[in-house]
Design a binder for this molecule. Structure first.
Ligand SMILES: Cc1ncc(COP(=O)(O)O)c(C=O)c1O
Length: 397
């Protein structure tokens, strides 16, 4: 056996450009680094820690579950999985849930369900799924083929066939929405990774109507928009239509990995024993985290309170938009916010972290992305607005 003498700075593959701080602790809207410097975290682990860091209710539920049972195969009924599925169904238009472990896996399941529904329930040969430019649906081979962004697809040829891309928010392009081989249309209602672009409601309405008329499924990717991020529990609930399938992940587990798709009975029947599966999907720990998270978010006043905080933050951001010429546009929905800037967005992110101890993200070269936890307080929003004011002032001088 050979002994490795080489000491590398990191043995983790370089799939991310990492920021030069290490986060060691988190509570609520704050995180701390290795030298105990605190930061106001308005990234929520990229729309994942919607209840802030280490939320007490989820922590307690997880601690109890850690003492009982960590893993159990899906060959047995898992009570927390049943309860979480029931809770998701109670708060949506859906009937059945499939659990997995991430956003990409949820979209993968949605793609499989759409094809299988077309081919086994409808008994057609339809297979094609239409998606949109600047979309982001994940990094597996099927979901990167669904993602209409060259930078995500480069180097992974041959791409999985069966996807066609249309421009987003383009009514004229809807004339070519559905072809004989089309089984589904998949979209985000706010394109998060693609630059924080909200879907125009009248475009969505026209798209959905065409799909319904042609019995083509509407799959809504709510990986980033779901679990209260844009205001309601799911973004589709503000758009006045019923999707056939919704995919969810990120915020569902408060940071514990979990993904899911929700579907109505008619569509869900396409998955039978053996047609899809996952070893870890919906395991006791993951669904305990999901159940406690969802119970807190669906608690009587929670979403009402977070929506009020969203409006408060937006009015402050709009004032900054008026004040600074370097801000071209504040866009998005709820707490999925993009600030379009003239200069490089990453320079703002760096300065915000280094000088103001405020964590932000980018969504493309000229869009800053802000994703506060839904639990953030009005006082924290004031702090964030003051920091952003100083940030834009410093960049404009
Ligand atoms: C809209 C959307 N879909 C899918 C994904 C993929 O999720 P995951 O990274 O959990 O696979 C993401 C992740 O950013 C996303 O924002």
């Amino acid at each position: 056996m050979s002994i490795k003498l080489k000491q590398q700075a990191s043995n983790v593959m370089a799939t991310y450009n990492r920021f030069p701080i290490t986060l060691t602790k988190g509570k609520g809207s704050y995180v701390w680094d290795e030298v105990d410097q605190s930061y106001l975290d308005y990234t929520s682990g990229i729309a994942t820690c919607n209840l802030g860091h280490v939320p007490n209710m989820v922590k307690k539920a997880m601690q109890q579950q850690l003492d009982r049972l960590w893993h159990c195969s899906n060959l047995y009924t898992i009570p927390s999985q049943e309860a979480l599925a029931n809770e998701l169904v109670q708060h949506t238009v859906f009937d059945q849930v499939f659990f997995c472990n991430s956003g990409a896996e949820a979209n993968e399941a949605a793609i499989k369900l759409a094809r299988r529904y077309a081919q086994t329930v409808k008994q057609s040969n339809q297979y094609e799924i239409v998606t949109f430019k600047q979309s982001f649906h994940g990094r597996t081979l099927a979901t990167l083929a669904a993602t209409a962004q060259e930078k995500i697809q480069t180097g992974f040829n041959p791409l999985m066939p069966g996807f066609r891309y249309l421009p987003y928010n383009d009514k004229d392009a809807l004339t070519d929405l559905i072809r004989p081989e089309t089984c589904a249309v998949m979209l985000e209602l706010v394109q998060g990774e693609g630059g924080v672009i909200s879907a125009d409601p009248s475009w969505v309405q026209q798209l959905v109507q065409q799909c319904k008329e042609n019995e083509v499924l509407v799959l809504i990717d709510e990986i980033q928009t779901g679990i209260g991020r844009t205001g309601p529990l799911f973004a589709y609930q503000d758009y006045g239509f019923e999707p056939d399938v919704v995919s969810v992940a990120k915020g569902l587990g408060s940071g514990f990995p979990i993904g899911a798709i929700l579907a109505k009975d008619d569509v869900a029947q396409a998955f039978q024993a053996g047609s899809h599966g996952s070893t870890f999907g919906g395991n006791p720990l993951a669904t305990t985290a999901g159940l406690a998270t969802l119970q807190m978010i669906t608690d009587s006043n929670f979403l009402q309170a977070s929506t009020e905080k969203m409006s408060y933050f937006w009015s402050g951001l709009k004032q900054l938009e008026d004040k600074y010429r370097s801000i071209k546009l504040v866009k998005g929905k709820g707490f999925l916010i993009g600030i379009e800037v003239e200069e490089k967005a990453i320079d703002y992110v760096t300065k915000a972290r280094e000088d103001y101890h405020l964590l932000l993200l980018v969504a493309g070269p000229h869009v800053l992305r802000i994703l506060p936890p839904l639990t953030t307080t009005q006082a924290e929003i004031d702090t964030a607005l003051t920091k952003l004011d100083s940030l834009f002032l410093s960049q404009s001088s």
